[in-house]
Design a binder for this molecule. Sequence first.
Ligand code: AMP
Ligand code: ZN
Length: 148
Amino acid sequence: MLSVAGAPSSMTEYNMPCIFCKIINGEISSYKVYEDEETLAFLDINPVNPGHTLVVSKKHYANIEETDEETLCRVINIVKKVGLSLKKNLSVRGYNVQMNNDPVAGQIIPHLHFHVVPRTENDSLKLWPQKEYKAGQAEAVLKKIKII
Ligand code: AMP
Ligand code: ZN
């Protein structure tokens, strides 16, 4: 991401104000599901299923690694609250929590957010395709990423 010295942290690449910051400060309207001092949850404008909710930190962080632990815990707790509300009030028996971390992973809006997507038995959504490890591949990748 490009960064401009001295630019506010809610300015994204090409110096465009962040759309989620605009939602948080009320410049753009949203369907608010939950709000507290640090967190906002609102309906995704293009839902995977009705009730698809985005949970964001009010402070602008681009991704998970940028976000301090306390904020991350707070946001995840609100994800849990939203999930409970979907289960209770939409009578769904489960939901997906998705976080696209960085553009290569599909993140379009560079402001920390978790998708909470209610699921039904018949919504015909498929999770991403999985592969098998080739011989030695699991050991090789484990050696690289193991946290000691
Ligand atoms: P991501 O690919 O994880 O960055 O997802 C961004 C999400 O933001 C997409 O699912 C969009 O549908 C959603 N979105 C974009 N603009 C708005 C908006 N103004 N209000 C609500 N959701 C939005
Ligand atoms: Zn932002």
